[in-house]
Design a protein around this ligand. Structure first.
Ligand code: ARG
Length: 589
């Protein structure tokens, strides 16, 4: 089904054409004066220059053609030449009816479905999942769900960081603690133990300890570098250890992501693509893209129009070591080979923006990806504490994701128990659902690139632009539906949504009709906050309608049933949107 605004645009364009004007002047936009009209067209103003005619005369001509059209309740020409429109209640109700009876809210899948890889999450093995990775997971998950809803083929890749210095650090630290382990015996030829020599708890303690030591102790740091180098060059014992680290870490990560409602289609790792590097580098040399600079092998990626310097993309350091950029290029080689995607979206901290500019340019320039592949970067800002600094725990440590989820759920739980509205066990479950919504909405409702303040009190408020407020609206609808069904012993499903009987109902209906616009703008602008804005506006419109309308006391049974149908559609729209945002509503709260 077409967007409603496109349907009206077609009609107004025909109106212009029928009067002998250029049809494309008939583009319709949302009214910026909702007190005067619902939609408007400013084409007569542009037409004035073209036809050397007063805009109001053009507008009057067009309005003359449009006024009989049953789509409109009112079309007027207003000085200096605006065309203002109000939709007919019947046309709008009919549109909603089609949304209600169609699949997926009547939204047709993308005409040209794309194959899209999303690179998000990006945790580093053996380091605890912290809030820095939270945003990537939350934003990426919602983009993934949005792409999928719109009919694209999506591959969500966690892209684990498992090939860096952290591995060497852990290996060295382990050697100091347990030198007797077989992994450290040079001449060991037997099988290595199946069981890892550490638990996840220990592993999480080992890494920060090793990292701190390397900063103080240059000898240790050197050894860690050396171990990393040996691992990357196939040392058997180190590879076995690395495997343990990976397994222990990944099962913990999966548990954490599950709590967040985040799932990945593939669990690829940086190490998986190392095999592509030698050929890739050789080809770049042979084809003259790569050259030596201060001992390193680099590809120039600066462009004349750059306002800031874009340094060359480094492939190999002077000692032959590969870098983050080398791995990202090799990952593109693999993604082309495995998926031939139309688009790849990276959801990563915006401080890595220069890195991706270099990688994208290098991949295009050297032909690693086809010229038509869209390489997109969705960079996000930092989550800060109330003090404006990156979020930390009370004792100053990096806040782990699990603690964060626990903290927010507990705050919600306290609130529910205060109201004494629920059994303890139900309250626990409900608090988790609301907490997750609070956390995700609190994040997604900000423009991604901006830093934001993590404010539990505000996020869990049941009022204002928050996740719980949206859930509360859905719960309210559910309870009206249930009441209606028990009181009248019937379902309102059959029959139609009626033309709006009040201003607040019309406003609600108009908003419902615009869900497709919201989804598409979130898609085109890579901006989940656009969807949040919509969901918030729709919730507000619903609550206004609810306060101004006596639904259960309505005497006209047909009208009452029509209200219930409209409510059902509002709920469907809200639930679809929050599912895309990555959370769901409880039955009660
Ligand atoms: N592991 C990286 C980090 O923690 C993020 C990975 C992002 N994705 C990528 N293809 N580079 O910063």
């Amino acid at each position: 089904m077409k967007k409603l605004i496109d349907m009206i645009t077609e009609i107004v364009e025909r109106g212009f054409a029928d009067c002998g004007y250029e049809g494309s002047l008939g583009k319709v936009t949302l009214s910026n004066r909702p007190d005067l009209c619902e939609y408007q067209c400013n084409g007569a103003m542009a037409g004035a220059k073209l036809y050397k005619k007063a805009p109001i005369r053009i507008a009057n001509d067009v309005v003359g053609k449009l006024s009989g059209n049953e789509v409109f309740e009112e079309v007027t020409a207003v000085n200096p030449g605006f065309i203002n429109m109000k939709l007919s209640g019947a046309f709008l109700a009919d549109y909603l009816e089609r949304m209600r009876s169609g699949e997926r809210l009547g939204i047709s899948p993308a005409e040209k479905p794309e194959t899209i890889v999303i690179d998000y999450g990006g945790p580093n093995v053996a380091k605890p999942l912290h809030v820095g990775h939270l945003r990537s997971a939350i934003i990426g998950e919602s983009m993934k769900r949005l792409f999928r809803f719109l009919g694209h083929k999506v591959i969500g890749d966690v892209h684990l960081g498992d090939w860096g210095l952290q591995m060497g650090l852990i290996i060295e630290e382990l050697r100091e603690r347990q030198p007797e382990l077989p992994y450290f015996k040079e001449d060991y030829e037997g099988e290595y133990p199946e069981e890892a020599p550490f638990t996840i708890g220990e592993l999480e303690e080992i890494y920060p300890a090793a990292s701190a030591k390397s900063k103080k102790d240059a000898g240790f740091a050197e050894k860690a570098h050396d171990a990393t180098f040996k691992l990357q060059n196939g040392n058997r014992g180190y590879l076995a250890l690395w495997n343990h680290i990976l397994n222990v870490s990944v099962s913990d990560l999966k548990k954490n992501y599950e709590k967040l409602g985040v799932t990945f289609d593939i669990w690829k790792k940086e190490s998986d693509v190392q095999g592509y590097i030698p050929d890739m580098v050789e080809r770049m040399k042979a084809e003259g893209f790569a050259h030596e600079s201060q001992g390193a092998l680099v590809v120039d990626v600066a462009e004349e129009t750059d306002s800031k310097e874009v340094p060359p993309c480094i492939l190999l350091k002077s000692d032959g070591a590969t870098l983050y950029s080398t791995t990202d290029l090799a990952t593109l080689v693999e993604r082309e080979k495995l998926f031939a995607p139309d688009r790849i979206l990276y959801v990563v901290d915006k401080r890595q923006s220069l890195h991706f500019t270099q990688v994208f340019r290098c991949a295009k320039k050297t032909g690693i990806v086809r010229p038509e592949v869209k390489l997109c970067f969705l960079g996000f800002g930092t989550m800060n504490g109330k003090d404006g600094k990156p979020f930390k725990t009370r004792d100053g440590g990096i806040m782990r994701l699990e603690y964060l989820i626990r903290e927010i759920s507990e705050a919600v739980y306290g609130k529910i128990m205060e109201n004494k509205s629920m059994e303890e066990a139900d309250a626990k479950e409900t608090a988790k659902m609301i907490g997750l919504a609070a956390l995700k909405y609190g994040d997604l409702s900000n423009q991604a690139a901006k830093d934001y303040v993590f404010d539990v009190e505000r996020f869990i408020s049941f009022e204002g632009d928050t996740g719980p407020y949206i859930l509360y609206t859905i719960v309210r609808i559910k309870s009206i539906q249930a009441k209606y069904e028990t009181l009248t012993d019937r379902h309102a499903g059959e029959g139609r949504i009626l033309p709006a009987a009040s201003e607040s109902e019309k406003a609600l209906q108009l908003l419902v009709s615009r869900v497709q616009d919201a989804l598409l703008s979130a898609f085109c602008e890579q901006a989940p906050h656009k969807l949040c804005q919509y969901v918030y506006a729709l919730s507000n419109a619903f609550n206004r309608f609810y306060h101004e309308t006596k639904i259960m006391a309505e005497e006209d049974k047909e009208r009452q049933a029509a209200y219930i149908r409209l409510l059902g559609l509002v709920r469907q729209v809200l639930e679809t949107c929050i599912d895309i945002l990555g959370f769901e509503a409880p039955d009660r709260m």
